[in-house]
Design a protein around this ligand. Structure first.
Ligand SMILES: [Zn+2]
Ligand SMILES: [Zn+2]
Ligand SMILES: [Zn+2]
Length: 154
């Protein structure tokens, strides 16, 4: 809990440093983002914000997410056909998403090290591990029982 408070204050402090107004809706959006490790669509963020502030509109939430993203406080990612998902910046990871059940898994960024090096060497291409998820079929949808592998659904 105290960690969330610290993260929230960090985000609000950065907003202040950039002379951005800290409105009640903005505070509510930041609150939602610091209290979850999930990847949330703008609609999901709106829904959670509206639990405490029913007056905040989806377009307001969208604008706030864009502002936070402009300041590199939030990143978004595309996971399959669904809407983009958002979370606080600073966690280094890539995504894989299941084409069947549409669950997205976070994978450690270094999983992509070999591919990133190869793309850099052969194409001079700089891989972005986070922005767009790789697609495939998850263990559950393949009917595999993998208790030892830890994953973070969505
Ligand atoms: Zn994008
Ligand atoms: Zn699946
Ligand atoms: Zn992510």
């Amino acid at each position: 809990m105290t960690l969330n408070v610290a993260r929230r204050e960090e985000v609000l402090e950065t907003l202040r440093q950039h002379a951005k107004r800290i409105t009640a809706p903005k505070r509510a959006v930041v609150e939602v983002l610091v209290t979850t490790d999930d990847h949330l669509t703008a609609d999901e963020v709106t829904h959670l914000v509206q639990l405490v502030r029913p007056d905040v509109s989806p377009s307001t939430v969208y604008r706030i997410l864009e502002e936070l993203e402009d300041l590199a406080l939030v990143v978004h990612s595309h996971t399959g056909h669904a809407a983009a998902v958002y979370h606080l910046a600073g966690r280094s990871h890539g995504h894989v998403t299941c084409e069947v059940c549409h669950v997205t898994f976070e994978v450690p960024a270094d999983v992509f090290d070999l591919m990133a090096r190869e793309l850099d060497t052969t194409l001079g291409f700089e891989l972005d591990r986070h922005h767009v998820a790789l697609s495939g079929v998850c263990a559950q949808c393949r009917g595999l029982a993998l208790e030892s592998r830890s994953t973070t659904p969505n």
